[in-house]
Ligand binder design. Structure first.
Ligand code: SME
Length: 160
């Protein structure tokens, strides 16, 4: 079986729609959360232009712990409230940051990262973790990207 999920969409909305349906197809019949996070990070990393890190931090007893990802090795544990991921976990609000260097407490794992979007993963009121996507481009993520990533997080929250 081959997985050829190359997505070549003409516009951002179409790209996120294709990405969401590819993600759904990839995770829908698998119950193992590690396998689903691993494939999801690979699919998103392959599909989104101008990203250098895509992955997960899991909520393990009130601390964010690194999960499956694509990109350079990253910091392993992040307290709630610290940096962009920790803020997303604590507030349960999407963090879309145009310039991570201006974000208080930002944790620089890869010095190439300049902008970032972090989406909390919530199921039935429980914070499972966060999806973190980094870009070397400043202000890479638009409101349209944010909406697309929220859709991806909804799909993922059901299978993690
Ligand atoms: N920049 C993040 C840390 C995680 S890495 O980017 C992979 C933050 O401040 O939350």
């Amino acid at each position: 079986m081959t997985y050829d999920f190359r997505i070549e969409a003409v516009d951002t909305a179409t790209m996120y729609r294709d990405l969401a349906s590819a993600l759904e197809g990839l995770v829908v019949s698998e119950t193992d959360p590690i396998a689903n996070m691993a494939n999801a990070s690979a699919l998103i990393f392959e599909t989104l232009p101008d990203v250098n890190w895509v992955g997960f931090y899991r909520n393990i007893d009130g601390e964010l712990v690194l999960g499956p990802f694509q990109g350079r090795p990253a910091c392993i544990r992040i307290p709630f409230g610290t940096g962009v991921c920790g803020t997303a976990a604590e507030t349960r609000q999407v963090q879309r940051v145009e310039d991570v260097h201006a974000f208080p407490g930002h944790i620089a794992c890869d010095s190439a990262s300049n902008s970032e979007v972090v989406v909390p993963l919530i199921r039935e009121g429980e914070l499972l973790g966060v999806l973190d996507i980094d870009s070397p481009k400043k202000a890479r993520f638009t409101a349209e990207d944010e909406a697309g990533c929220i859709r991806l997080a909804e799909i993922l929250s059901r299978v993690l």
